[in-house]
Design a protein around this ligand. Sequence first.
Ligand SMILES: Cc1cc2nc3c(=O)[nH]c(=O)nc-3n(C[C@H](O)[C@H](O)[C@H](O)COP(=O)(O)O)c2cc1C
Length: 174
Amino acid sequence: MSGERTAKAASRASVDEAAFRATMRRLAAGVTVVTSRHGARLNGMTATAVCSVSADPPLVLVVVNRSNASHELITQGRAFALNFLSADQSELASLFAKRGDKPFDTIPHRLGKTGCPLLEGCTALVECELETLHDVATHTVFIGRVIDNETSECAPLTYHDARFWALQALNQQR
Ligand SMILES: Cc1cc2nc3c(=O)[nH]c(=O)nc-3n(C[C@H](O)[C@H](O)[C@H](O)COP(=O)(O)O)c2cc1C
């Protein structure tokens, strides 16, 4: 191995996982519930690893841990929906961060075009058919083609430093 490669391998090995997690907690993010469906089974998981990929064609991505139940449902159902949570939905964020079946019978929702649940009261909804996926380490990057979307005027929920926050604007309304 060349000296440069050895140095790179050493620097990779020296990144402490806890320090890396602490660093990533500094990144504020919007909070999404990614819903999925396979047959009669519905699920949802809270996620911050969500972003837009391209506008033409309209593509988004979500990064899902392979140990999550959602991973199997998205893979099998070949679809998912992004429910961008509103500032007053932090309880839903906590609920959907838990493992196990989620109580959809008590959570106001409707089924979208793909059959995935669409939660009421979100700041935006994005329905996707699975376009492609990429396995990376412990996770899979699911890329979805947007087949429908809608927005509301609700303020968004954000996540930073292991806490949920509401946004505060620093400048005048545009
Ligand atoms: C704020 C927050 C963000 C999260 N972001 C992600 C994420 O982007 N990807 C992921 O796989 N899990 C993420 N999780 C963890 C999942 O929500 C959690 O593992 C959940 O239990 C998965 O549910 P499931 O097993 O029913 O799919 C996040 C949790 C929280 C609280």
